[in-house]
Design a protein around this ligand. Structure first.
Ligand code: DAK
Length: 259
C-alpha cells in the first residue's frame, strides 16, 4: 500500500516504525491518516519478522489532535452517521505485539489519546501533552476522559481536561503518563533500544505480558490475577519457557523460537 500521510519503515529487520507525516497541520489526524495507520499496524502485526512497533511524529508534533478543519462544519448527523473517525481509531487496541509511542512536541487531543493507546510512551524533553478540546467547544472523544484518569489519577486528569492546559514531559513523567523522558536527539535511539530489547524475548511471552497487563484495566483484581495465572501456566506449554530456563541454568543466552 502506498501511504500519503505516514511513513513506514523497519529497523534491524525487527522493529516496525510508523512516522505520522502531515507536517503542515502538525500531524492533525484525519480519516485518511487513521486508515493508513490502521493498515500499517495490522501489516506489522501479521509480519512474523516484526517483534515490536514504534509510532512517532515530527520534532514539533507527535499529533496536534483530530483535524479541526475537517470537523468544523460537521453536524451531529454527519458525525453520528459516519461514526466519526472511529472506523480505524480503535485498530491499535487490537494489535497484539507491543507498540511504543515516541513523542516529541505536541501530543494534544486525539494525539494524546493515540499516544495513550500505545503500550508505553517515551517522551522527548520538548513533549507537551494535553486534552484541549474544551477550548473548541467539545470534550475528548477517543478515550481521553477514560484513559487519562487511569494513567494519572482523577485530580490531574480533571485539571487537564477542564482547563485545557498542557503538561510538559517532566510533569507527564512524574504523573505516570510517560515511562521515560530523554533529550530530543536521543528519543528515537531510546525507543529503538527498548523495541530491540523486547524483540530479543520470546514473542509468546511478550504478547502474553501485554495481554495480561491490559486486562488490569478491564477487570477487578481477583479476575485479573486469575487471568494472569492461567496465562502464566499456559506458557509452560511453550518451547520458549523450556529454552529460557535452560539457558539461564546453563549460563548461556537463550535462543527463542517463538513457539
Ligand atoms: N487540526 C487542524 N489543523 C491544525 C491542528 C488541528 N488539530 N493543530 C494545528 N493545526 C494547523 C494550524 O491550523 C496551522 O495551520 P496553518 O495556519 O499554517 O495553515 C498549523 O497547523 C500550525 O499550527 P499553529 O500555527 O497553530 O502552530 P503553533 O505552534 O502556534 O501552535 C498548537 C501549536 C498545537 C498549540 C496549536 O496549533 C493548537 O492549539 N492546535 C489545536 C490543538 C487542539 O485543539 N487539538 C484537539 C483537537 S480535537 C474521536 C477521535 C479523536 C477525537 C475525537 C473523537 N473519535 C474516535 C470519536 C479528537 C479530537 C481532537 O483532537
Amino acid at each position: 500500500m502506498a501511504y500519503q500521510n505516514i511513513e513506514v519503515r523497519t529497523e534491524g529487520g525487527k522493529v516496525g516504525i510508523i512516522t505520522l507525516n502531515r507536517p503542515k497541520a502538525l500531524n492533525a489526524l484525519n480519516g485518511a491518516l487513521m486508515d493508513e495507520l490502521g493498515a500499517a499496524l495490522k501489516a506489522f502485526d501479521l509480519d512474523e519478522t516484526i517483534g515490536c512497533m514504534i509510532i512517532t511524529g515530527s520534532e514539533k508534533a507527535f499529533a496536534a489532535g483530530a483535524d479541526i478543519s475537517a470537523m468544523a462544519l460537521m453536524t451531529f448527523t454527519d458525525v453520528y452517521k459516519e461514526d466519526f473517525i472511529t472506523r480505524n481509531w480503535e485498530t491499535i487496541r487490537s494489535i497484539r505485539k507491543p507498540v511504543i509511542a515516541a513523542v516529541s512536541g505536541f501530543a494534544l487531543g486525539g494525539g494524546c489519546e493515540l499516544a495513550m493507546m500505545c503500550d508505553f510512551i517515551i517522551a522527548a524533553e520538548n513533549a507537551k501533552f494535553g486534552q484541549p478540546e474544551i477550548k473548541i467547544g467539545i470534550i475528548p472523544g477517543a478515550g481521553g476522559t477514560q484513559r487519562l484518569p487511569r494513567a494519572i489519577g482523577k485530580a490531574k486528569a480533571m485539571d487537564l481536561v477542564l482547563t485545557g492546559r498542557m503538561m510538559d514531559a517532566q510533569e507527564a513523567e512524574r504523573a505516570g503518563l510517560v515511562s521515560r523522558v530523554v533529550p530530543l536527539e536521543k528519543m528515537m535511539d531510546e525507543a529503538l533500544g527498548a523495541a530491540l530489547m523486547i524483540c530479543g524475548y520470546g514473542q509468546l511471552s511478550v504478547m502474553a505480558a501485554k495481554e495480561s497487563l491490559n486486562r488490569a484495566f478491564e477487570s477487578g483484581l481477583t479476575d485479573g490475577v486469575m487471568f494472569e495465572r492461567r496465562i502464566f501456566h499456559a506458557l509452560f506449554a511453550s518451547a520458549d519457557q523450556k529454552e529460557g530456563m535452560d539457558a539461564f541454568l546453563n549460563k548461556r543466552p537463550p535462543q527463542f523460537t517463538n513457539r
